[in-house]
Ligand binder design. Structure first.
Ligand SMILES: Cc1ncc(COP(=O)(O)O)c(C=O)c1O
Length: 509
C-alpha cells in the first residue's frame, strides 16, 4: 500500500506561497498525491504530476483519494491566478519580446492612428508597408461579379484538399506565373508547390536547404521581413551582403565573395544566397549578366539560390524583368540548386488572400516542401475563388496593364514632389516603393542621425517611412517610401509633411 501525504499550508503572503511551491519537486519524489497551497488572496492547487495549475476551482470541500490514502481539505477560497507562470520554450522568447525595429514601430503607429483624408486627416500616413491599393477597385469589381459562381457549388471542396495546392489552382498559378515571370517560360505545375503567401514559401525553402545555424547571404538593402521569416523557426542566420549607393545599390560578385569569406571566418556554413528581384526596397532589377554570374557563384561555392520574384509583374519603368528561370532555360546548369519564390500579394494586390508558390526542379526539395505545406496551406475557398480569376485572361491582362499605368503615374507624381523639395532618390523601375535619400536632413551622418530623422517624420509629421537601417543598408540617410498605399491626391499632403520636417531640421542646425 502506498503512502498518502496531504499538505495544507495557509499563507498570507505570496512570497511564502512561492517558496512552498518550490517544494513541489520534493513532493513528487515522495509520491504525494496533491499539494495544496492556500494564500489569503491568491491560493493555488497543483498536482505534482502535472505542471498545470488549476485556476478556477472553488470548492469549499475538496476530497482526494490517491496512493491508497484519503485526504480532506476544507477551504473557503480556492485559486484564481497562478503565482509562478509556466515557462515557455527558449525558442519563443525572442519572438514574443517586443520588436523595437523602426519597421515594426512605424507599422504599429499607423495601426493606432491611420490617416484618412476625411475621417482622420491628422493621422499617420502609411509609406512603410508595400501594400498595393492602386487597383483594388478592379479586384472588387471582379469579385462582385464572380464571387458566388466561383465559391459556391460542388461542396466537396469543403473537404480536405491537397495541402500543397488543388490541381486546378496549381495549373492556374503556373499559367499566371508564366505570364508574369516571362511570356516564353512554360511552367509545369508539378514543379510548383503552393503556400499561404511568399512568407512560408521562403521559410520552407530555408528549412529544406539549410540546417539550424547555417547562413544565407542576402544583398542589402533588403526587405525587413526576411530577418523574421528566414530565421525565427528555422534557426538560419542572415549575412548581409553590402551594396553601395555608388553602384546604385546593385549587387556585385565581389561583395558576395567578401560576405561568403566573412561567414566562413565566423565558422558559419553558407547554404545559399537569397535575392529579391525586382529588389525590395530599391526597386531595381538584376541584369542577365548578373543572374548568370550568380549561378556561377552558386556552382563554385556549391550552394543554393532562392530567387524571390514576388514583384515580377510590378515593373512600371522602361526595363525588362528577367527571371532566374529564364536564364536556367538557356544555360547548361544544375537546376536543382535554384528555387524561385512567387506570390499574389503584390502583382495581384491580394495580400490578404495569402497565396504564394515555390518553383523548384529539385525533387527532394519539392517532396519535403509539399509535406511542409501542411502548416501553411491556402484555404480551398480561396483557391476556388482564384482559379477563375487567374484564368480570366481578359481580366488579368487589363489588371496588369492598369496596375502598371497607375503605378507609373503615381511613382512619377511622387518623385516630382520629392524633386520640388530638393530631395534625391534612386530611379526605380519596379515595385511599389521609392528609395529616397533624406541624408541632407540628418543632424549627423550616422545611424543615430537617421533614426532621429525617422522619429521626426513619424511623430512630428506623421509619415511612416522605413529607414534604411531597418533594411540593413550600410549607408545612413536612405528611406523606403511605398507610394502604392496612398491615393495620388494624398501625395501633396505627404510632401507638405516631409517639407515640415525638412524645415525643422534646417532650423535645428
Ligand atoms: C520581397 C518580399 N518577399 C516576400 C514578401 C512576403 O509576401 P507575402 O505577403 O506573400 O507573404 C514580401 C512582402 O512584402 C516582400 O516584399
Amino acid at each position: 500500500m502506498g503512502c498518502f501525504f496531504c499538505w495544507i499550508v495557509v499563507s498570507f503572503q505570496r512570497g511564502i506561497a512561492r517558496e512552498i511551491e518550490a517544494q513541489n519537486k520534493w513532493a513528487q519524489r515522495v509520491e504525494m498525491s496533491y499539494f495544496f497551497v492556500l494564500s489569503a488572496d491568491d491560493a493555488l492547487l497543483r498536482s505534482p504530476s502535472s505542471s498545470r495549475t488549476r485556476t478556477s476551482m472553488r470548492p469549499t470541500l475538496a476530497l482526494q483519494v490517491r496512493g491508497g490514502g484519503l485526504g480532506l481539505l476544507m477551504c473557503s477560497h480556492l485559486p484564481r491566478k497562478s503565482v509562478v507562470p509556466a515557462p515557455l520554450s527558449r525558442r519563443a522568447v525572442p519572438i514574443y519580446r517586443p520588436n523595437h525595429s523602426p519597421y515594426y514601430v512605424g507599422l504599429d503607429r499607423v495601426r493606432e492612428d491611420p490617416y484618412d483624408r476625411v475621417a482622420n486627416p491628422h493621422g499617420v500616413i502609411q509609406l512603410g508597408l508595400s501594400d498595393n491599393k492602386l487597383c483594388l477597385d478592379l479586384i472588387e469589381d471582379w469579385m462582385s461579379k464572380h464571387f458566388e459562381s466561383s465559391a459556391i457549388g460542388g461542396g466537396d471542396f469543403a473537404m480536405y484538399q491537397p495541402f500543397d495546392g488543388m490541381p486546378e489552382m496549381k495549373l492556374a498559378m503556373a499559367g499566371f506565373m508564366s505570364k508574369v515571370l516571362g511570356g516564353t517560360l512554360s511552367f509545369d505545375p508539378s514543379n510548383v508547390v503552393l503556400t499561404a503567401g511568399a512568407t512560408p514559401a521562403i521559410e520552407i525553402l530555408c528549412f529544406c536547404l539549410a540546417d539550424h545555424g547555417n547562413a544565407f547571404l542576402v544583398p542589402t538593402p533588403y526587405y525587413p521581413g526576411f530577418d523574421r521569416d528566414m530565421t525565427w523557426r528555422t534557426g538560419v542566420e542572415v549575412i548581409p551582403v553590402h551594396c553601395r549607393s555608388a553602384d546604385s545599390f546593385t549587387l556585385s560578385i565581389t561583395a558576395l565573395d567578401q560576405a561568403f569569406d566573412q561567414a566562413m571566418k565566423k565558422g558559419l556554413k553558407v547554404s545559399g544566397v537569397l535575392i529579391s528581384n525586382p529588389s525590395n526596397p530599391v526597386g531595381n532589377l538584376l541584369s542577365r549578366d548578373m543572374l548568370c554570374n550568380l549561378l556561377e557563384f552558386a556552382r563554385e561555392k556549391n550552394i543554393h539560390i532562392i530567387s524571390d520574384e514576388i514583384f515580377a509583374g510590378s515593373v512600371h519603368g522602361d526595363a525588362e524583368f528577367v527571371s532566374m528561370l529564364e536564364i536556367l532555360d538557356l544555360v547548361e546548369y544544375d537546376k536543382g540548386r535554384v528555387h524561385v519564390v512567387y506570390g499574389l500579394s503584390k502583382d495581384l494586390s491580394v495580400a490578404g488572400f495569402r497565396v504564394g508558390a515555390i518553383h523548384s526542379y529539385n525533387e527532394d526539395v519539392l517532396a519535403a516542401s509539399k509535406k511542409l505545406t501542411r502548416f501553411s496551406s491556402i484555404s480551398s475557398l480561396t483557391q476556388r475563388l482564384l482559379v477563375p480569376m487567374l484564368t480570366d485572361s481578359g481580366f488579368i491582362n487589363t489588371f496588369l496593364g492598369t496596375n502598371r499605368d497607375r503605378s507609373r503615374e503615381t511613382y512619377k507624381l511622387f518623385v516630382e514632389g520629392l524633386e520640388q523639395l530638393g530631395v534625391n532618390y534612386l530611379d526605380s523601375v519596379a515595385g511599389s516603393y521609392c528609395w529616397v535619400d533624406m541624408g541632407g536632413f540628418m543632424s549627423s551622418y550616422s545611424e543615430k542621425g537617421e533614426l532621429e530623422l525617422w522619429e521626426k517624420l513619424l511623430e512630428v509629421s506623421k509619415v511612416n517611412a522605413t529607414p534604411g537601417s531597418a533594411c540593413h543598408c550600410a549607408e545612413p540617410g536612405w528611406f523606403r517610401c511605398c507610394f502604392t498605399t496612398i491615393l495620388k491626391d494624398d501625395i501633396p499632403v505627404v510632401m507638405d509633411r516631409i517639407n515640415k520636417v525638412a524645415k525643422l531640421c534646417k532650423h535645428a542646425r
